[in-house]
Design a protein around this ligand. Structure first.
Ligand SMILES: C[S@@+](CC[C@H](N)C(=O)[O-])C[C@H]1O[C@@H](n2cnc3c(N)ncnc32)[C@H](O)[C@@H]1O
Length: 234
């Protein structure tokens, strides 16, 4: 659980991040932010103030090991009590930089403003069920917060409605977002402050991108063309 001071730090961090992002994103670009179920401490207001619109939440249904425990050191006495519910979902805040005119104008000019549909008959949806990354993915990328390709491919694919433009992950970790973009034929840039994780990403990205996973749609790799991405260590 976070203290009020820690929550304030988080809000201030996301405010600064949003002010940087609003400068580099094109009108209509979407931001997907992984949030926490417990109180969504990172806050919406600082992101609003930086100039973004909240466009809803994406709920990832996922069985986790968070919550559900009995009171510590009194488990036997209170064996029918869970202090917090066992969490079965993960929220992702969805934001958009305001469009330049109507959505249709923005789509024509900037190629952004909407989310790529799953198919002509099926819209992008805000509930996605994806299990945690396991097995081969974890062998390839031993990052403690590794996100599964089955989720990341759906998100990056949705973010660029025509497959044009570039995905940015400013907290790349082992590169699961970049690998997902590569698997979907999308261009991507990742930033990572830890050299250890950066080096992990350089090795992991091409291997993760080659995996065939649940969640691929429209045929192999989301129906888009695989591409390679160069990485630079600075
Ligand atoms: C939650 S992890 C991302 C994990 C990633 N989604 C994956 O699947 O591997 C966040 C990452 O951001 C990195 N990080 C933290 N602060 C950063 C900063 N200011 N600039 C760049 N990277 C940062 C951390 O080292 C960590 O690897």
């Amino acid at each position: 659980m976070l203290t009020e001071a820690e929550k304030e730090d988080l809000r201030s961090f996301f405010g600064r991040l949003a002010r940087h992002l609003v400068r580099v994103l094109v009108p209509g670009a979407h931001v997907f932010r992984r949030d926490e179920p417990a109180g969504v401490a990172s806050g919406v207001r600082p992101v609003h103030r930086a100039g973004f619109e909240k466009r809803g939440e994406i709920i990832r249904l996922v069985q986790t090991l968070r919550g559900g425990d009995r009171p510590k050191n009194a488990e036997h006495e209170f064996d029918m009590v869970s202090v917090m519910p066992r969490s079965g979902w993960e929220p992702w805040g969805l934001f958009r930089k305001p469009c330049d005119g109507r959505v249709q104008d923005n789509l024509r000019k900037w190629r952004t403003g909407g989310l790529r549909r799953l198919s002509a008959d099926e819209p992008f949806k805000d509930v996605i069920e994806v299990a945690p990354a396991r097995g081969r993915e974890r062998e390839i990328a031993a990052h403690p917060s590794l996100k599964p390709q089955a989720l990341m491919r759906q998100l990056v694919r949705a973010a660029l409605p025509f497959g044009e433009g570039r995905i940015l992950d400013p907290f790349m970790g082992s590169g699961s977002t970049i690998a997902a973009a590569s698997a979907c034929g999308l261009s991507a840039v990742g930033l990572e402050s830890s050299l250890e994780y950066f080096d992990m990403a350089v090795t992991a990205v091409p291997k993760l991108a080659q995996l065939k996973v649940n969640g691929d749609t429209d045929g192999e790799h989301g129906g888009l063309r695989p591409v390679g991405e160069a990485a630079t260590r600075t």
